[in-house]
Design a protein around this ligand. Sequence first.
Ligand code: SF4
Length: 375
Amino acid sequence: MEEKRALGLYVHIPFCKSKCVYCDFYSLPHSEEKMDAYADALRAQLRAFAPRAADHRVDSVYFGGGTPSYFGAARLCALLKTIFDLYDVTPDAEITLEANPESARSVDALHALRTAGFNRISLGMQSADDDELRAIGRIHTNAQTAQAVACARQAGFSNLSLDLIYGLPTQTSERWRKNLSAAIALAPEHLSCYGLKVEPGTPLYAIREQAQLPDDEAQADMYLETVETLARSGYPQYEISNFARPGRESRHNLKYWTLGEYLGFGPGAHSDFGGRRFAWARDLDAFLAGEIERSEDSVIAPRSRAAEYLMLGLRTTRGIRAEDCALPFGPAEKVLRECGQHGLAECAGERWRLTPQGFLVSNAVIVRVLEAMDL
Ligand code: SF4
C-alpha cells in the first residue's frame, strides 16, 4: 500500500485582547462575541477539506494567531477533537498552541489543553523588560511570562518555545543581552528571535521617527550576538530566526521551509497543498458567513517550485544542494561560491548554506541566486 503523504494543519485564531503597535498580522481586538461563531466556521472549513486530505497523515498541527490562548481552552480542545475526528493524525504529531503569557497562567486550563493533545506551547515573551513590553503595546509583564512557563511545565508541556524581538524602541545591546539571558534562564526547548520590522500601516510606523529605534547596524550586532550566545547555550541555529535544542526544531515550521504540504484554516491562512498554493482572504465576517474567498490561488509551476526551493532552503542552516534542485545548479553555486569568499556562504559536504553574516543579507543573496538561475 502506498504510504500516506505527510501534512501540516495550521488553524488561525484572529483574536487578540488588544493590538500591539508593531503588529500587521490578521488579528482583531474586541471581537470576543464572535468567538463561538468562529469556532463553528472553522469546524465547517475543517470538515469541507477533510475528504481531500484523506490520503495524507497529519504529523503537525499549529494553532497560531492572533492569540489562540485568548480563544479559551474549551474552544481549543473542541477544535482539536474535531481535527482528530476528521483527519488521520499520527500518534507522535507535534501539536502547537501559540499563547500570550497573560492568558496562559491557569494550570487547570493548560492541563486541559495538554490532556486534549496539545504537546507544544509557544509563548510570546518578546522582552524581559516591562518598559519595552509597554512601549510596543504588549499586555503582559515579564513576571507573567515566568508564571506562564511555570504553569505550562506544571501542566505537562515538555516542549516549550519562547518568542523574542530584538531592535525594540530604545533598546540597547546591553538590554537585549539581558533579555536573551532571561529567556535562556527559563530553559525553553526552542527560541525564535525576530528583528523588529516597522511595517507600514502600523501605529509604530506612524511614530517611527520618535521611537528611538536601534539602527540597522545595531540590529545586525544584536543578531550576530544572538546566534553566538544561543549556540554556546545549547541552542544551535536551524533557520534565520529559529534556534532549538537538538531534536526540538519545530516540525511544523520546517514544513514551510522545506516545501512540505500544509493546509491553513481561517481568514488569512495560507496553504500549499496538492501542487496548489492558496490563501483565504483576511475577512472575518465573510468567513463567519461561510462566504470566504481565496485571495490567491495558483498551480505551482515547476520553475516557481525550484525558486521556492532555493529561497526557502537558504533560510535554513541545512541549506540547499544540487541533487534536490529541479534545475541545473551551476549558476546558483557560482554565486554562492562568490558569497563564500566574503564569508556570507559556506559549503558543508554537498550542501550550500548561508553563514550568520550571510543571513543578515539573505534577501540580497537570494535575489542574486535567483537572477543567476534566470528565475
Ligand atoms: S498578540 Fe500577536 S497577533 Fe496579537 S496584536 Fe500582538 S503581535 Fe499581533
